[in-house]
Ligand binder design. Structure first.
Ligand code: GAL
Length: 752
């Protein structure tokens, strides 16, 4: 379930309002206001007549609406199906609302796409089906929040009504599966959304942050009332500010106010709008953004991984990661023959030398001084010696990715200083493939990618790596062409375009396997592509995406993989972080250089999966936890956001070189969870040279304090402590670390 604040921020206010009403808290409505819809009649197949309210479905099977149909007698079924939900709506329901003009029909989430009707009238559609002109596009995670205008006269009061839902499932679980669908007549204030607009904050020089609160009215009715704002420092318990403001918000418009707050952990704003006519209230709380990452020093500093693995004789591109006041000049002592360095850009290019280890002394200088650091090129078969680190198009653009968007992302890497911290790969996910192969069977890119080779060159010139996506199946998860039967040819095409990384996504290949495939059967397509990639004269990192099936962490490397997804897809809420990142504890012992467990891409910044972009629905503290945990896990760090709209808060999260160094540490170990008790989790990662990174996560819903005993991270005597996010030495300690951590937040330390 979404946390309350993110629910409000994310546009699901009505769901939140219902939760309020069900728990009786902070809302005048009562549980009788919602009519739950626990069951439906169900049939596989597709027939337009099934939308008709009077269709006789008495012979259909009754199933639950909170569990996949596979689990209810339709095992293995993919394709079209219909749900018909019968509901009697009492006319007394109207009296429960101060604005009885619309009926909310909340259909929870549907795997993968739906088109829904109320008494035969279409009320909404989410995703698209194979029969649609644009083809199939899954939206399994999106809430279906539909409505009927009561004035249109479609409701049959005190009689049977039918919600008919046409579903298409493209694979895996199908149909309704999540929280329970319901009907309700909302109150007027339920149309209000409190949107903290995380994208439009601004950190001020005086340690404060300016944020914008938008109070958005989603209903075609005037909202009139008083907004009460209270800002509290949760660490001291002090109220920092209280304000009241009379608001009149026109139908479907919003009103915004700007506020400035101290930019530090534990500052929370509470909003309460009281409707002038009914006295009903809408509330929300927001944890406010703060920035811990200090600004970069003007003096030159080198960052990034200390190791690079590449196969002998293959092309190499590497951009030295460094900060400092421009212009910077680079030198590299001991660079093997065949490689050259551009002294102005810091890009090393050429051909990887014969197998061996080549220590190189990197140097960067500017008007203020210089810095040096050892970097080792390891020529051999092992790639991805440190976790892959870059950007992938999926979480931002979904299937709408294009050459233009990819180039823009690359440019932001350079212009905003991400490349300067080691972010080095730009990966296209699904959606680049043309609808048909060339007559000789070669895969082609679609019109949004006019020239893949030129795109590869563009990235390489900037010292960035080029990643691409495919599936071992006939089609990808997005319904584009996969590699089935063309594996060798596709690997060769990728190589000719200059590809350095392939994400290979199981998708429709699962239909090619038996119901309970043997390990060998499951590995086969990955082994085939792994070999095809190795046959190319390039160093192509192979990333397996099969959602952690068949204990992939135990065999991924044996089929040529360097990283493997451990779970289903991540989304931008706390629950999803629990299911992806925090679920990794049992598997971290398998992680080693070139063997990375991948809990999926990051959901920081503006994300959207091809729909409208929105700021990540994770709270600021959850975002600190997200990147801290991924760093501790030595997980691939793949940004999933729209980079041109990168905001200051997100930039701070992504450019902290102390935090990145934990992820990119050359030892290549993942953290172990050493404590999971009382709503606290402590994860400890061994670092090169004997240091340890310690993450202290508050899993609870309020700010709390704790003491972390030094025995948990293996220190018996005095140890030196550094706060990684603040990049601050905290001196020596002897027995424990004290941490005060906001809800779902983290403190990340390095102990020496
Ligand atoms: C999913 C995969 C996502 C994305 C998508 C593309 O199966 O887990 O990360 O690649 O397919 O269609």
């Amino acid at each position: 379930m979404h946390s309350l604040s993110s629910t409000f921020r994310g546009g699901l206010a009505l769901l939140a309002a219902l939760l309020f009403s069900m728990t009786g808290a902070a809302h005048a409505a009562t549980s009788t206001d919602a009519i739950m819809l626990p069951q439906a009649r169900f049939a596989t197949g597709d027939n337009v007549a099934w939308r008709d309210p009077d269709f006789d479905d008495s012979g259909w099977k009754v199933i639950n609406t909170t569990q996949y149909y596979e689990a209810q007698g339709y095992d293995g079924y993919d394709g079209y199906s219909w749900y018909r939900i019968h509901v009697t709506i009492p006319s007394t329901l109207k009296a429960s609302s101060d604005w009885p003009e619309r009926l909310r029909i909340y259909l929870s989430a549907i795997d993968d796409t739906d088109e829904s009707y109320f008494n035969g009238v279409r009320i909404g559609k989410t995703g698209s089906m194979p029969s649609d002109p644009q083809g199939y596009e899954s939206r399994w995670e999106t809430p279906r929040d539909y409505a009927v205008d009561l004035r249109a006269g479609v409701v049959r009061w005190d009689r049977d009504n039918v919600i008919a839902v046409r579903v298409y499932d493209g694979g895996g679980g199908g149909g309704f599966y999540k929280d329970m669908p319901y009907l309700a007549i909302p109150q007027r204030v339920d149309g209000l959304l409190f949107d903290a607009d995380l994208a439009h904050h601004h950190f001020l020089a005086n340690g404060r942050v300016q944020t914008t609160l938008n109070v958005r009215n989603r209903y075609p009715v005037v909202q009139r009332g008083v907004l009460h704002v209270e800002v509290r420092d949760l660490v001291t318990g002090r109220v920092l500010l209280t304000r009241q403001r009379a608001l009149v918000i026109a139908p479907e418009k919003s009103v915004s106010s700007q506020w400035t707050f101290p930019a530090r952990p534990g500052i929370q704003a509470s909003y309460r709008f009281v409707d002038a006519r009914s006295g009903r209230v809408a509330t929300a709380t927001h944890d406010l953004p703060y920035r811990l990452t200090p600004p970069d020093a003007p003096t030159p500093t080198l960052h990034g991984a200390r190791l690079l693995g590449a196969r002998p004789g293959t092309p190499l591109y590497y951009r030295i990661a460094a900060t400092g006041r421009a212009p910077l000049h680079f030198e590299a002592q001991g660079l093997p023959e065949g490689l050259t360095l551009n002294a102005d850009s810091g890009v090393i290019m050429g051909t990887t030398p014969a197998a061996g280890s080549y220590p190189v002394q990197l140097r960067v200088r500017n008007a203020l001084g210089n810095a040096t650091r050892e970097w080792t090129l390891v020529a051999g078969e092992q790639l991805a010696l440190t976790p892959p680190m870059g950007w992938n198009s999926w979480n931002a653009y979904g299937l709408n990715v294009s050459d233009t968007l990819v180039r823009k992302a690359a440019q932001v890497f350079i212009d905003k200083g991400l490349a300067a911290k080691g972010w080095n790969a730009i990966n296209i996910d699904d959606g680049w493939e043309a609808a048909a192969r060339r007559t000789d069977g070669a895969i082609m890119s679609n019109a949004r990618f006019p020239d893949m080779k030129a795109l590869g060159d563009f990235l390489h010139e900037r010292g960035l790596r080029f990643g691409i996506y495919s599936s071992p199946g006939a089609t990808t998860c997005g319904g584009y062409l996969g590699s089935l039967g063309h594996e060798l040819q596709d690997a060769a095409s990728y190589a000719s375009w200059g590809v350095d990384y392939l994400k290979y996504d199981l998708c429709s290949y699962s239909a090619k396997m038996s119901k309970s495939p043997s390990l060998e059967e499951h590995q086969k397509p990955y082994r085939l592509m792994g070999q095809a990639l190795r046959n190319q004269a390039r160093s192509i990192v192979f990333s397996l995406c099969q959602y952690g099936e068949q204990q992939v962490w135990t065999w991924g490397a044996s089929v040529g993989g360097s990283a493997w997804r451990m779970t289903g897809d991540i989304v931008d809420n706390w629950n999803s972080l629990l299911e992806t990142g925090f679920s990794q504890a049992p598997y971290t012992g398998f992680v080693a250089p070139g063997r990375w467990n991948d809990p999926d891409m990051l959901v920081l910044g503006q994300v959207g999966w091809g729909d409208a972009l929105h700021p990540s629905r994770l709270t600021p503290d959850e975002q600190y936890s997200h990147i801290s945990l991924w760093s501790l896990l030595a997980a691939p760090l793949l940004l999933g956001n729209d980079l041109p709209s990168l905001d200051e808060f997100t930039l701070g999260l992504l450019t902290n070189h102390d935090v990145i160094a934990i992820n990119q540490d050359a030892l290549g170990k993942a953290a172990q969870r050493v404590l999971n008790r009382d709503g606290w989790q402590v994860w400890v990662k061994d670092l090169e040279g004997g240091a340890k990174a310690v993450g202290v996560f508050n899993m609870g819903a309020s700010l709390r304090s704790t003491q972390v005993e030094s025995s948990l991270f293996g220190r018996e005597r005095r140890f030196r402590l550094r706060d990684a996010w603040r990049q601050q030495d905290m001196g020596a300690r002897s027995d424990s670390i004290a941490a005060t951590v906001p809800a779902h937040g983290v403190m990340l330390f390095v102990v020496q």
